[in-house]
Design a protein around this ligand. Structure first.
Ligand code: AMP
Length: 217
């Protein structure tokens, strides 16, 4: 039972987790599980969970563990997760990391790789405030570093939008929360054989992906 490719992508908001996860889905052949995307879907659908989560997301705070853990527990039991999955944006606290270990243990599974993208704070602010994503397909652009061919439009024809929490004030709050609550997760996994760090600050998307591919292969 040790062949499932269960991969955790760790790092500050805007470090490239989502972009890299989307590229990995095809090569690794397992789904991306983005807790942020799942919460945004719940919000768009107007569910109770979506409404509760919005209060935290709009301020750049973490959504309480209880709400996140049930959502992840249900998702990883779906049939498409049988051969593995890529966790993007989870775990974000040491408590979530410990709960993940317990969930996987209960299913007879174990983590395959933890990939940490180390990107400096000033670069994060630059990346996030210029980030735009496609309303239709989710593809991520940057207005300067990775601009779309025609302004405001994705290659698929969809409209490009800025996330409400990608403005400078909320980005700075998200970074504070990251340092306080999520950075300790690096120590939780660090030192174990499955932990890999990529210095992603000065590298382009393809350069980072070449390293990711080596690690996840
Ligand atoms: P993301 O798209 O990963 O940047 O997540 C956007 C927002 O969703 C975060 O700022 C949090 O408010 C919330 N969120 C996403 N994943 C988690 C998580 N694992 N734990 C708590 N809150 C989360």
């Amino acid at each position: 039972m040790a062949n499932e490719k269960i991969i955790v992508l760790l790092g500050p908001p805007g470090c490239g987790k989502g972009t890299q996860a989307k590229m990995m889905v095809k090569d690794v052949g397992v789904p991306q599980i983005s807790t942020g995307d799942m919460l945004r879907e719940q919000r768009s659908a107007g569910t109770d969970l979506g409404r509760k989560a919005s209060e935290y997301m709009d301020k750049g705070e973490l959504v309480p563990d209880e709400l996140i853990l049930d959502m992840v527990k249900d998702r990883i039991r779906k049939p498409d997760c049988k051969t593995g999955f890529i966790l993007d944006g989870f775990p974000r606290t040491v408590r979530q990391a410990a709960a993940l270990d317990k969930m996987l243990g209960g299913l007879g599974l174990a983590l395959w790789r933890v990939i940490y993208f180390d990107v400096p704070d000033d670069e994060i602010v630059r990346r996030l405030t210029g980030r735009r994503s496609c309303k239709a397909c989710g593809k991520i652009y940057h207005i300067i570093f990775n601009p779309p061919h025609s302004e405001g439009k994705c290659a698929c024809g969809g409209e490009l939008l800025q996330r409400p929490d990608d403005n400078e004030k909320v980005v700075k709050e998200r970074l504070k929360v990251y340092i306080k609550d999520t950075a300790p997760v690096i120590d939780y996994y660090g030192g174990k054989g499955k932990f890999f760090k990529i210095e992603g600050g000065n590298m382009g998307i393809e350069q980072v992906y070449a390293k990711v591919k080596e690690i996840a292969a």
